[in-house]
Design a protein around this ligand. Sequence first.
Ligand code: SF4
Length: 209
Amino acid sequence: MTELDLATGNACYTCSFQLEDVVLLHMLLQKNPKLPVLFLETGYHFAATYAYRDRLTQEWKLNLHNLAAVKSVAEQEAEFGKLYAETPAQCCQLRKVEPLFAGLEAYDVWFTGLRREQSPTRAKLEITESTTLKSGKTIAKISPLAHWSWKEVWAYARANNIPILELYDQGYTSIGCEPCTARPASDDNLRSGRWGGKKLECGIHTFNA
Ligand code: SF4
């Protein structure tokens, strides 16, 4: 038995449709084709990301759950302006952290495609960790690719003919919301193009209840 077998239980998978996430998705679907796939629908993704999400959802018959914020982008911008430019931590809190942690309450196991190599903030990531939600419930957080290299991710994708999000061809190495994503500033830090270097994490993996 491996940690992937936990996908047959009361598990979910958060998927941003970045390459490592799709690689792990490919593995998890072999264990549980109906695994709930949670996508943080911030309303700020690249059009290419939405098209890719929709393509895979159709072709792989995903059990997709879009987790949206309480307020639409228009409502949030009318009230607060462009938070991503001024106070991105608040924007991520409203559009990522709160929807995700509300969504996780229904599950006991949370799979992620996180890897140690992605960022200095993830260098000590373990395959098996736990997260305590706002309700006080503790769930297992499983990151089977924690020790995988970027090269291994690409090798798996190519070996399995996995379609690739076109933004990688344009030089992006870490892809999130469009206003907060640029090409990497450093080859040593794949997430260095996120948030203009102001921060490296949106908060969903550094959350403390
Ligand atoms: S990544 Fe940027 S646009 Fe997306 S939720 Fe965070 S601050 Fe807002």
